[in-house]
Design a protein around this ligand. Structure first.
Ligand code: KG4
Ligand code: ZN
Length: 347
C-alpha cells in the first residue's frame, strides 16, 4: 500500500551545495515550481577532480544569483517564501557551509522555519516526487560518493540491505573515464563513448561472488586501468567504455532486483547521479517489467544533485512539525536518519 505524504503548506525554498552543484528550488504544496542548478563541472575539469576549496568559493559566487533565479522562475518574491530547507550533511564541509549560512541568513532575516536535510535521504526519497510510488520500496542509491541498496519503509525508516565495500559506482565511472582519457564527470563521458562501442568485446570482473547485496568495484576499476594501458584506437576506447558500462550496470541492476526478492518488495527505484545512466535505467525497467514491480526512476535532472529533492524532503519533515535551530552545523559524514542495517539471508 502506498503511504501518502503530507507537505508543508506554503512555498519551501530548497538550497543544495554539498558538492560541486549550486542549486536552489521552490516547492509549492509538493509541486516543483522551479529547480535551478549551476554546475561547476567546467571549473573542476582542469584539475581532473573536485577541489573542495574551489567548490566552496564558486558556491559563494553563485549562491545568491541561483536563489534569485529560482524565485523568479517560480514567480515568487522572497517575502512569499514560507520555509527554508538546506542540505547540511553529508558532503564537503566548506561547500555545505556556504548553502547553510545563506539559508540561515534568509530564515533569520525573514523569521522563517529552517530545516537541515540529509543529502542521501533526499536522493533516496526522490523517486516519490513523481507520485508513482511510495514506501515501502527498494532503492538503489548510486552517486559519486555512495552506493547503497536501501529498503525505504517510510520517511526516516531505512534498512541498508547492501553497500559498496570500496568505490562508489559513480566513483568507478569517474575513475574508468580517467583511465580511458575521457572527460569529467566520468558517467556521462563513459555513456557517450559506449554508444558506439561493442559491450561484448572485453570480459571484466563483476566483483563479489554472488549471491550478495553488497558491491565491490575496485577489481573492475583496476581491470579497466590495466586494459586501458594497451588500447590503440578510439574504437578500442569505445569498446572498453561499453564493456565497463555493461558490467557495472548489470551488477547494479541484478542486485537491485535481487534485493526486491529478498525483502519481498513490489516496488523498485533508482536514485543518485548514476541513475542518470541510460543503460542502468533500461536494465532496471525491463527487470521490473518482468517481475511486475512498480517502478519509479526520477527524471535525469532529479537524479543528479539538485535542490528540488531537498525542498521535497524539507516540505515533508516541516509538515511533521520538525524544525532546525539557527546553530545548525554541517557534517562531512553522517548515517541516514533512522538507518538500520539488515543482514540478507541466502540459502
Ligand atoms: O548524485 P550526484 O550528482 O552527486 C553526488 O552526490 O555524488 O552523483 C555524481 C556521480 C558522478 O560520479 C557522475 O559521474 C555520475 O554521478 N553520473 C553518471 C551519469 N551522470 C552522472 N554515471 C553514469 N552515467 C551517467 N549518465
Ligand atoms: Zn548527490
Amino acid at each position: 500500500m502506498k503511504e501518502s505524504v503530507l507537505h508543508f503548506h506554503g512555498p519551501v525554498l530548497g538550497i543544495e551545495t554539498s558538492c560541486d552543484e549550486t542549486s536552489a528550488a521552490v516547492l509549492i504544496d509538493g509541486r516543483v515550481a522551479s529547480n535551478v542548478v549551476n554546475s561547476q563541472t567546467d571549473l573542476h575539469m582542469k584539475w581532473g577532480g573536485i577541489v573542495p576549496e574551489a567548490a566552496a568559493r564558486k558556491h559563494i559566487e553563485n549562491m545568491l544569483p541561483v536563489i534569485e533565479e529560482a524565485l523568479m522562475r517560480a514567480n515568487l518574491s522572497l517575502a512569499e517564501v514560507a520555509a527554508v530547507a538546506v542540505t547540511n550533511r553529508p558532503g564537503l564541509v566548506g561547500a555545505l557551509s556556504v548553502g547553510l549560512t545563506c539559508a540561515k541568513g534568509i530564515a533569520w532575516a525573514n523569521g522563517l522555519p529552517l530545516i537541515g536535510i540529509h543529502h542521501l535521504e533526499a536522493h533516496a526519497l526522490s523517486p516519490m516526487m513523481g507520485g508513482e510510488i511510495g514506501p515501502p520500496y527498494v532503492c538503489l542509491l548510486a552517486s559519486g560518493g555512495h552506493t547503497e541498496l536501501l529498503y525505504v519503509r517510510g520517511v526516516g525508516e531505512y534498512s541498508v540491505l547492501g553497500r559498496t565495500l570500496d568505490d562508489a559506482a559513480g566513483e568507478a565511472f569517474d575513475k574508468a573515464a580517467r583511465s580511458l582519457g575521457l572527460g569529467s564527470p566520468g558517467g556521462p563521458a563513459i555513456q557517450a563513448a559506449a554508444e558506439s562501442g561493442n559491450a561484448a568485446r572485453y570480459s571484466l570482473p563483476r566483483g563479489l561472488s554472488e549471491p550478495t547485496l553488497d558491491f565491490s568495484f575496485s577489481g573492475l576499476k583496476t581491470a579497466v586501468a590495466r586494459t586501458a594501458a594497451s588500447v590503440e584506437s578510439d574504437a578500442d576506447v569505445n569498446d572498453l567504455a561499453a564493456s565497463f558500462q555493461e558490467t557495472i550496470c548489470s551488477v547494479l541492476a541484478e542486485r537491485t532486483l535481487l534485493a526486491c526478492d529478498v525483502v519481498g518488495s513490489n516496488a523498485v527505484s533508482v536514485a543518485g547521479g548514476v541513475a542518470a545512466n541510460i543503460s542502468l535505467r533500461s536494465k532496471i525497467k525491463s527487470g521490473a517489467e518482468k517481475k511486475q514491480l512498480m517502478l519509479s526512476i526520477p527524471p535525469i535532472e532529479l537524479c543528479t544533485d539538485n535542490a528540488a529533492m531537498i525542498a521535497f524532503v524539507g516540505s515533508i519533515r516541516l509538515a511533521r512539525g520538525e524544525r532546525s535551530e539557527l546553530d545548525l552545523d554541517c557534517v562531512a559524514d553522517s548515517p541516514l536518519p533512522g538507518e538500520v542495517s539488515y543482514e540478507p539471508a541466502f540459502e
